[in-house]
Design a protein around this ligand. Structure first.
Ligand SMILES: Cc1ncc(C[n+]2csc(CCOP(=O)(O)OP(=O)(O)O)c2C)c(N)n1
Ligand SMILES: [Mg+2]
Length: 363
């Protein structure tokens, strides 16, 4: 079966791109962006550091220090571009792979590791960062996000909501229901779909016969496909969609066309279901290399800059490792914390019962 949502090296024609894989800047009539050299260097630094966090986490899992890890390798630009488009007042709802967005929301990466190490039950305070907890139940966060968006709409807040989900999630009922609610209530939300071409071992053509962004028109709001490996384009497109949401123009579906370069998680082996040439073709579209090429070509950064970012990444990796290994195991009663935001009679009762049970071992 063929599909126009090609997974290969060919870029689909309807893709918003502002920076080619070779690092050439291109103009787009609807998506203008004016970035200073310093802003581009800052985006480059973000991309490199989140890739390093991810690499260190994969290594920690391989050494038995994390239970599992869902790698973002290849999706850095989609996450940094969209994450840097958010204002402090905006609210983001992630899946389980949005480590780059977490970075943009100032969530300490060791908190992500704690979750995957199984030493905490949530990770961070969503209110503190305007970044919701990771969600494993595919697509369910889209409904939470629409509810939140309808809330800020009623509060008349100058804010928008963004919700992240994958290509596979678009087949879930929850996601389609959330599209309907957002559409008919004109909710201030951006649906940010990272189409990384795979849902574990299921390829994109098992989810859709048409490009995913075109689904939006059936629900009554705009859809746009952006080069998910182009941090400039992801920033520009998300910024515009968030601004539309904030100014009463309702939802937008952004399909970030990208590729999951690693395994689905560390428990998966993609060599069993996809061919090596596909990965090789996508390596040529690496989201970091094109920004590096752009900075070099335009003499916006010298070798000293690239060396200093690499050194910072090494230091971050080492620091994360040290802090991960030092994370304390929680006491068994911690499982009852934060279940509800306020004291709850049933929780108190269950906590007391479990405490009494544990005391039985201490004779
Ligand atoms: C409701 C539900 N069904 C099935 C699963 C098992 N599952 C975990 S990840 C995944 C694939 C998700 O693919 P996609 O939405 O493309 O996101 P990606 O992992 O590629 O980022 C599935 C089926 C789940 N977690 N929740
Ligand atoms: Mg996917």
């Amino acid at each position: 079966m063929t599909t126009d949502a090609s997974r290969g090296a060919e870029a689909p024609p309807d893709l918003v791109q502002l920076l080619t894989p070779e690092g050439e800047r291109v103009e787009h009539p609807d998506y203008d962006i004016d970035l200073t050299p310093e802003e581009v260097r800052s985006l480059y630094r973000d991309l490199v550091l989140v890739r390093r966090i991810d690499l260190e986490a994969v290594a920690l899992q391989r050494q038995g220090e994390l239970g599992i890890w869902a790698s973002l390798l290849g999706q850095e630009a989609a996450q940094i571009g969209s994450g840097r488009a958010l204002t402090d007042a905006d609210m983001a709802f992630p899946t389980y792979r949005e480590h780059g967005v977490a970075w943009c929301r100032d969530v300490d990466p060791v908190k992500l590791l704690g979750l995957f190490r199984g030493v905490n039950h949530g990770g961070w305070d969503p209110k503190e960062h305007n970044f919701h907890l990771y969600t494993i139940v595919i697509g369910s966060q889209t409904l939470h996000a629409v509810g939140y968006a309808m809330g800020i709409q009623r509060d008349d807040a100058n804010a928008a909501t963004i919700v992240y989900f994958g290509d596979g999630a678009t087949s879930q009922g929850d996601v389609n229901e959330s599209f309907i609610w957002a559409s008919v209530f004109n909710a201030p939300i951006v649906f940010f779909c990272q189409n990384n071409q795979w849902a574990i071992s299921e390829p994109l053509e098992k989810q859709t016969r048409i490009p995913l962004y075109r689904r939006a028109s059936g629900f009554g709001f705009p859809g746009i496909r952006v080069d998910g490996n182009d941090v400039f384009a992801c920033l520009a497109v998300t910024r515009k969609a968030l601004e539309a949401a904030r100014t009463g123009q309702g939802p937008t579906l952004v399909e970030a066309f990208t590729y999951r370069m690693g395994a689905h998680t560390t428990t998966d082996d993609p060599t069993r279901y996809r061919v090596a040439s596909e990965l090789e073709a996508w390596k040529l579209k690496d989201p970091i290399e094109r920004v590096k090429a752009y900075l070099f070509k335009n003499e916006h950064a010298d070798q000293e800059f690239f060396d200093s970012v690499a050194a910072e990444a090494d230091q971050l990796g080492a620091d994360l490792r040290r802090r991960c290994l030092a994370l304390p195991d929680p006491g068994p009663l911690a499982i009852f914390d934060h279940v509800y935001s306020e004291p709850h009679a049933l929780m108190e009762q269950e906590r007391a019962q479990f405490a009494a049970y544990l005391e039985g071992f201490q004779a």
